[in-house]
Design a binder for this molecule. Structure first.
Ligand code: SF4
Ligand code: FES
Length: 323
């Protein structure tokens, strides 16, 4: 199979046919990789909802060098041989992404100070990089009837950006389709059917895939800011999942347990609810050592070793500062 050559922000790589622009950009590295709020490598059919990964295709291919007439979603557009793509180097892309972020924040509450996702929220990071300091929205933000989806997961619908990732988790880990997004436009919401999906052994993964604070861990709620905790890789013998997790510890106490995330913030292996919610004693786990985080957000502050440089004011915490 012959490889396809693609150039993204002046960096060239050869990839297999079928590779998307986003995947190719990630292979080159974080300096050229577009942000992605809805695409998730391990969730089939994810991507194509949020538009944060927009890029400009300035040359379609070697055979047909015409540029694509408008910006495209890089998570849904496959590479052609000789394609040239502009991401951070294109003012048009940066401007469009700023607009997307403004839309995402139209209805999102500014409750980062009390949100458990603060410090590891992709929208928070994105708004530091592409957001405006003021809103132009004069209308009231969306509100929803509160729905209790069980004793383990807290749903804050007002924070949801409708990325569909939790729907994909429910769809791909539960035997029946009992979930979805109901309604359209600004009254869209992840459906009440999600209550039925949360009984599943793997429902806790919805918390890990949610890029914002719409789905948070009730067993960890308001217990600590994430940057005060030390992430530690650990494993246990589990008959439902790989048992490979991250323990978030304060001293010897385990405050919460999550899947292990890679540099794109995606879970490497999904874990079961028993590991996530029911095994909070240190004796349940074999610790492997400190977890290295490659996020550039405030969560990196709590790391051991080299990545502890931290700037206190969040407004002075731009993209590459901690990397
Ligand atoms: S609750 Fe979270 S994961 Fe689900 S659609 Fe909303 S933002 Fe996405
Ligand atoms: S990541 Fe591509 S549209 Fe959301």
């Amino acid at each position: 199979m012959s490889l396809l050559k693609v150039t993204i922000d002046n960096k060239t790589i050869e990839v297999e046919p079928g590779t998307t622009i986003l995947q190719a950009a990630r292979m080159i590295g974080p300096d050229v990789a577009p942000p992605a709020m809805c695409y998730y490598t391990k969730l089939k059919t994810s991507g194509g909802y949020c538009r944060t990964c927009l890029v400009k295709v300035s040359k379609g291919s070697e055979k047909d060098p015409r540029p694509m007439p408008k910006l495209v979603a890089s998570c849904r557009t496959t590479v052609m041989d000789g394609m040239e793509v502009e991401n951070f180097t294109s003012p048009e892309v940066v401007d469009a992404r700023n607009g997307v972020v403004e839309f995402l924040l139209l209805n999102h509450p500014l409750d980062c100070p009390i949100c458990d996702q603060a410090g590891e929220c992709h929208l928070q990071d994105l708004s530091y990089e592409n957001g405006k300091s003021k809103t132009r929205n004069e209308f009231e933000r969306r509100t929803f009837e509160k729905i209790d989806i069980g004793d383990k997961i807290q749903l804050h619908m007002t924070r949801c950006i409708l990325c569909y990732r939790c729907v994909k988790v429910a769809d791909q880990f539960t035997p029946e389709r009992v979930h979805g997004v109901i309604n359209r436009g600004e009254v869209s919401e992840i459906s009440t059917y999600i209550q039925h999906a949360v009984d599943n052994d793997f429902s806790g993964n919805m918390i890990d895939v949610c890029p914002v604070g719409a789905l948070t861990d009730k067993t960890f709620r308001f217990k600590s800011r994430v940057w005060f905790l030390k992430p530690v890789d650990a494993h246990r013998n589990c008959d439902k999942c790989s048992g490979k997790t991250v323990l978030w510890k304060y001293g010897q106490e385990i405050y919460r347990i999550t899947g292990r995330k890679d540099q794109w913030g995606e879970v490497e292996e999904f874990i079961c609810n028993t590991c996530r919610f029911d095994k909070k004693a240190p004796s349940d786990w074999t610790e492997e050592g400190p977890r290295k985080l490659s996020r550039h957000s405030v969560i990196s502050q709590g790391q051991y070793g080299a990545k502890t440089k931290f700037v206190a004011s969040p407004v002075t915490l731009p993209n590459k500062q901690l990397s």
